[in-house]
Design a protein around this ligand. Structure first.
Ligand code: ADE
Ligand code: ZN
Length: 454
């Protein structure tokens, strides 16, 4: 499949991400900004310097660097900012739902930041994301294994207190070697008795024994878990119990937990029938994005378009939303796939010129600026799908709009702002002007029907 087609397909695929760290998602620019604002010397002055820092000798080296970069987060507003940035970036990539891990004890223990204020700020960031682009975010405070049992109990208590601010589980991260989940059994049992699930990292830096140990606690999902592939009995167990693995392929390569793409067990686990999801872990720190991770599933592991849809559906189904909300998410995803496959099933999609019905039926990613902030947003040729357009104004709002006969995506429907963009965008994107007019009409007064009629 040509790479531009693959990019469009992945961008248009409705996605949910279950394994992404808040602190590890800070963009280099934001990291530098916060370091300066909070008077932290990171030892690098520009984004290039930050990227150069993101090369790891091994997994412990990665964790050490993780500790350094989290030191720039000092005030509740910092957490609000990075939560907002993460959600907006997710929207740009066509991700509809996020479960975000963060490590409250790191900030409380090392910098005396009040956890309640931190959680309020994170929830405010998430609320703004929901209002602006319709992406839902939930949170998984994780215990960092190095901090010992008492901090695990404290983190468990913060999880329960944070339920009203979107907390859905207790996580477990940090250095796995010599620190199995069972070391924290008391706190895990306590949190579970409060009705809160436990979702640990396991089988990332240690072998199958780390996963077996974590399975004593009946987690619905395991972070990474890729080394389970070394034990056929464990693979059978994961299949039988329908335990979902949150696989983060590029992370495993960059931290050295898996030596090469050839050795990565993603394909073997998939073929064995383990329920898998695809995730980015700490995206800028691994120079990746969720879109890249889905791309890797195709380019490194030979996944098909249908496989990608199954991966994304696995994530929607394994989300920790209440059952009714989860079902809504699943239904939204199903509608997204139907729209896509109706288009892809048409023979015109394989021909050099599309049929009349699909002449203007293409998905494009538009970044629109709220009219309250600017009177027009000059969308040019660069806004074709997969080529993020950068607005000269304030933060652009990303929308994926199907021009032509498709329905608009939920982004469009969920966006509450009044939007405007210049008419020059349409011809420059090669869309038929009639579709363009409908699109304009719909964009100026966002209305699902205006676009659905095109
Ligand atoms: N904290 C952030 N990323 C992590 C990972 N991949 N494993 C364990 N702890 C982490
Ligand atoms: Zn992780």
């Amino acid at each position: 499949m040509p790479s531009s087609r693959l990019n469009s397909l992945i961008l248009a695929l409705p996605k949910a991400e279950l394994h992404v760290h808040l602190e590890g998602s800070m963009q280099p620019k934001t990291l530098l900004l916060l370091a300066e604002r909070n008077g932290i010397d990171l030892g690098c002055a520009d984004e290039e310097g930050v990227r150069a820092m993101y090369r790891y000798r091994d997994f412990p080296h990665f964790l050490a660097l993780y500790g350094t970069l989290t030191s720039v987060l000092r005030r509740p507003e910092d957490f609000q900012l990075i939560t907002h940035e993460l959600g907006m970036e997710a929207a740009r990539q066509g991700t509809r739902y996020l479960e975000v891990t963060f490590s409250p004890a790191t900030h409380y223990r090392n910098k005396s930041i009040a956890v309640d204020e931190m959680m309020d700020a994170i929830a405010e960031g998430a609320q703004a994301v929901l209002q602006e682009v319709g992406v839902e975010m939930r949170f998984i405070p994780d215990h960092v294994r190095e901090y010992g049992q008492e901090f695990c109990q404290l983190t468990a208590e913060w999880c329960v207190q944070g339920r009203d601010r979107g907390v859905v589980a207790l996580g477990l991260g940090g250095g796995e070697q010599g620190r199995p989940a069972s070391l924290f059994a008391d706190a895990i049992h306590w949190v579970q008795a409060q009705g809160m699930p436990f979702v640990p990292h396991a089988g990332e830096a240690v072998g199958p024994e780390g996963v077996w140990d974590a399975l004593q606690f009946n987690p619905p999902r395991i972070g990474h878990g890729v080394r389970a592939a070394e034990d056929p009995e464990l693979v059978d167990y994961l299949c039988e119990k329908r335990i979902v693995l949150e696989v983060c392929p590029t992370s495993n390569i960059r931290t050295g937990c898996v030596a090469s793409w050839n050795e990565h067990p993603l394909r073997r686990l998939w073929d064995a029938g383990v329920l898998l999801t695809i995730n980015s872990d700490d995206p800028p720190m691994f120079n990746t994005t969720l879109l890249d991770e889905y791309r890797v599933a195709v380019t490194q592991f030979g996944f098909t378009a249908d496989d990608l849809a199954r991966l994304s559906m696995n994530a929607a189904r394994a989300s920790l939303l209440p059952a009714e909300k989860r079902e809504q998410l699943v239904e939204t995803f199903k509608r997204g796939y139907k729209r896509r496959s109706a288009r892809m099933d048409c023979p015109c999609q394989r021909a050099s010129s599309p049929c009349r019905d699909h002449q203007s039926d293409k998905s494009i990613l538009l970044h629109l600026t709220p009219i309250a902030l600017s009177t027009s947003c000059n969308i040019g040729v660069g806004s074709e799908i997969g080529t993020p357009f950068s607005s000269p104004y304030l933060a652009p709002i990303p929308l994926i709009v199907l021009i032509g006969r498709g329905e608009p995506t939920p982004y469009f429907q969920s966006c509450k702002n009044t939007l405007s963009f210049s008419s020059t965008c349409v011809p420059s994107m090669g869309c038929s002007s009639i579709a363009g007019e409908y699109l304009l009409a719909g964009a100026v007064r966002p209305s699902a029907s205006a676009i659905a009629r095109t």
